[in-house]
Ligand binder design. Structure first.
Ligand code: C2E
Ligand code: CA
Ligand code: CA
Ligand code: CA
Length: 279
């Protein structure tokens, strides 16, 4: 027993220390990145079946001085744990609102919807709704072009609080999309209580279309739910014409994915919008 206790007390895993140091380093680097303006937004286009570009999703990129362009998968978790996601999320919203305001003067971009991802920690700030409204007003952005992407787990964490904030923003014109839909624990009963505008079919289901029958059924069910609730439905992660055709056959109206375009810097997106002839 003594030996065991001794072992437990002296237990030391060098690999673990490496990971803890790496994480601490990442957190300071992120802080520096925010101060020094190393973040940027890339925009992934969203299309109708007829090929009209109707919206974009803003996706965060870290332009690291040594590592080049870093994707959120490598830093969002650290930003959430350290709390940095709150100021970072505010930066994203401010940037998005300024972009929306600027696009009012750009012919092929003036009617685009701009979707922004919101993390739970950011959304749970007591003054989240007021912050968003302030950003919209300061930038002079058209509120009805801003769409906030929430996840089911974020909403379910505190349904009352979520509904209250969503309503506050909804009265200003802001729209909501349920991101990664189908991966959480949604029921029709609570979905009807949310002031949603759109369901976004998670890419994990889209990926297996035509391969896994259960995923085909889930995709059909989500499209059916959207119809019942009179919501828009968008598929993300659309990579192949076969996936698009299946989605189209089952009544999906909006499409986002590599088949249509990768997330790209703003100038490229503007060129792409002009090309798509959106007006
Ligand atoms: P998400 O919101 O589900 O975003 C979709 C992800 O799928 C993006 O990855 C996008 O680049 C990728 N994607 C788009 N089309 C395709 C496709 O056809 N095939 C495949 N395989 N992937 C596709 P990304 O940009 O690396 O972002 C990852 C996640 O990071 C996002 O997932 C979102 O949860 C989070 N994120 C990104 N930007 C922000 C942000 O500004 N704030 C917060 N809180 N989270 C963000
Ligand atoms: Ca998203
Ligand atoms: Ca998603
Ligand atoms: Ca996701």
């Amino acid at each position: 027993v003594k030996a065991q206790r001794g072992n437990a007390l002296c237990f030391f895993d060098p690999q673990m220390e490496v990971e803890i140091n790496q994480r601490a380093r990442l957190e300071t680097d992120l802080q520096t990145a925010l101060v020094e303006g190393q973040f940027e937004l890339h925009y992934q286009p969203q299309f109708t079946l007829a090929g009209q570009m109707v919206g974009v999703e803003a996706l965060l990129r870290w332009s690291h001085p040594q590592r080049g362009m870093v994707s959120p998968g490598e830093f969002i978790a650290a930003a959430e744990d350290s709390g940095l996601i709150v100021p970072l999320g505010q930066w994203v919203l401010r940037q998005a609102c300024m972009q929306l305001a600027a696009w009012q003067q750009v012919p092929h971009c003036a009617s685009l919807q701009l979707a922004v991802n919101v993390s739970a920690r950011q959304f749970r700030q007591p003054d989240f709704a007021q912050q968003v409204i302030a950003q919209i007003q300061q930038a002079g952005a058209p509120a009805h072009r801003l769409k906030l992407e929430l996840t089911e787990s974020l909403v379910l964490e505190d349904v009352q609080d979520s509904i209250a904030k969503m309503h506050q923003l909804r009265t200003k014109g802001v729209r909501f999309s349920m991101d990664d839909f189908g991966t959480g624990h949604s029921s029709l009963a609570y979905l009807t209580r949310l002031p949603l505008h759109q369901l976004k079919i998670d890419q994990s289901f889209v990926r297996h279309i035509g391969q896994q029958h259960t995923d085909d059924v889930i995709v059909q069910t989500i499209i059916g739910m959207a119809r019942t609730l009179e919501l828009e439905v968008i598929a993300e992660g659309v990579e192949t014409p076969a996936q698009r055709d299946f989605l189209a056959d089952h009544g999906c109206t909006l499409y986002q994915g590599y088949l249509y375009g990768r997330p790209m810097p703003v100038q490229e997106l503007v060129a792409r919008a002009a090309q798509a002839g959106q007006g």
